[in-house]
Design a protein around this ligand. Structure first.
Ligand code: FES
Length: 111
């Protein structure tokens, strides 16, 4: 396993989201929901589109390009046209930082 430091807790107030970079290549979206931090792949599973341009409603994230909604607990798409879930990465908060814990190797991304 590896732990990856994404950003500071202060950078993502409740109800907001912010993109972070991993390994200089992968985008990971950090979302501060009412139920805590969630981290998901930063690019939509439907087509190449940055999810930080979308919008949050409760525990769901809506992609701004074709308006599929995704559940932020399990990444599942709730509306078409997206069919693949978003990869969700387990988060840890430590010393004021948001980290993810993921298997060694490339970050899992569904596309
Ligand atoms: S690119 Fe996100 S729903 Fe199509």
């Amino acid at each position: 396993m590896r732990r990856i430091d994404l950003l500071a807790v202060d950078e993502v107030p409740v109800g907001t989201m912010k993109m972070a970079w991993v390994d200089g290549t992968d985008m990971v979206l950090v979302v501060n929901t009412d139920a805590g931090f969630r981290a998901t792949q930063g690019i939509c599973s439907h087509e190449y589109f940055e999810l930080d341009k979308g919008f949050l409603t409760g525990g769901t994230l809506t992609c701004a390009l074709h308006l599929s909604r995704f559940d932020l607990d399990d990444g599942e798409p709730l509306d078409p046209p997206a069919e693949l879930p978003l990869a969700i990465y387990p988060t840890v908060v430590e010393n004021g930082r948001v980290l993810i814990e993921v298997p060694n190797g490339p970050l899992e991304v569904n596309e």
